[in-house]
Design a protein around this ligand. Sequence first.
Ligand code: NDP
Length: 432
Amino acid sequence: MINLEKYNDQPEFKAALKEMFSSLDESVLNNPRYASILDKIVEPDRILTFDIKWKDDQGNVRMNKGYRVQYNNVNGVYKGGLRFHPTVNVSILKLLGFEQIFKNYLTTLPMGGAKGGSDFDPKGKSDAEVIRFCEAFMKELYPYIGVDKDVPAGDIGVGAREIRAMYEAYKKYSGKSDCSLTGKPLDLGGSLCRTEATGFGVTYFALEALKAYKNTDLKGKKVIVSGSGNVALYCLKKVTELGGKVIAMNDSSNAIYVPNGIDFEVLRALKEDRRGRIKEYKDLVKDEVVVMNSKDIWGIKCDVAFPCATQFELDENDADKLIANGCIGVFEGANMPCTLEAAMKFINHKVIYSPGKASNAGGVAVSGLEIEQNKKGEKWSFEEVDNKLKGIMATIFRNCYNTAKDLNDEYNLIKGANNYAFIGIAEKMLKR
Ligand code: NDP
């Protein structure tokens, strides 16, 4: 058994371990064949830490911490995003890297688990400062990554601008142009549909689940999507295309409630082109827009919710409000946005609940397809990638749902995802 107390100084990581080990079936947890790999599965293969020195616009030398957690490569090359945010630390990266092992296995593509990033805050920095930081970051990281070793991608604070700067720096320092990063802009070998993949993917997962559990879909549903970054924006787009109405979204400062539904193109331009704040949406449309505190978003009545912002943004109290308001499904686009207590409330009330490692795997799945295209020297159409994404999300749902049913706990997709993926990874580790 894993001694969780050992991780008291890493609360985020401890929460991920608790989620995994409290959900494993007795037959898995007490399987004597797995006793020898339990300790190994919990700890990363290595944690790289480095100092990043970069110059601000005034010419001052500034310093940040950089990390790459290479967790487990039994299922393929290390794979997982880079996050630039002041809250980044080893505990959060271990939480995300541990989740990534099982998420990547669920995609059915050959990818191991990793995560990385820096406590650098891109907010308030000029483009030139962000680009200089990205170059300095990659100068430290490049010897440890590459298409056959470790392939990072974006995450919070790392979008097209940052990936472009890091990929250019990788080529400069390594002298190689292999697929060492995914989420690349199209002109640098990126895949169509990668930008949309996580947000579209979580919506495809939701469609499968709504049909299987409640024989319904998104048409006419009132929807909350938290966040307003990459995942949230493309979840908004796909939900709207499928007939749902997204009535509320937020950022870390404010939420907006828009009874007539949020306009994708207006919000996309505000967030992607102008890097604006969500409350500015009110000045851009004629519709009624109520600006409120960010956290109040979960008190708005909705049918379906997609938490797509950040870890632990939705707690037990929020879950109570959603349940009381008749919400029928909560699909995680972010990584571990619901606390375990909130997730268990949903499951116990037969609200469909999908853990992020299953429902947000679309991003890394299309990253896997980007590697495949780069290796083959091919460029697939948007439709082709989107169709493969749909197929992968349907497979992930089926495997999790069938496992949950086999364990006589139909609504518990935490059990479904964790038992299915844990057994898959454990068996591979035993064969090594
Ligand atoms: P972005 O940086 O593009 O967007 C993050 C969004 O969340 C921003 O709108 C940010 O607002 C908001 N946010 C951050 N903290 C809070 C908070 N406490 N309350 C409300 N809003 C908040 O990141 P992504 O969209 O890429 O990632 C979002 C989540 O999805 C993360 O958990 C990430 O790990 C996960 N994920 C992302 C994938 C991808 O392909 N991008 C793949 C799989 C998972 P603000 O601007 O105020 O900070």
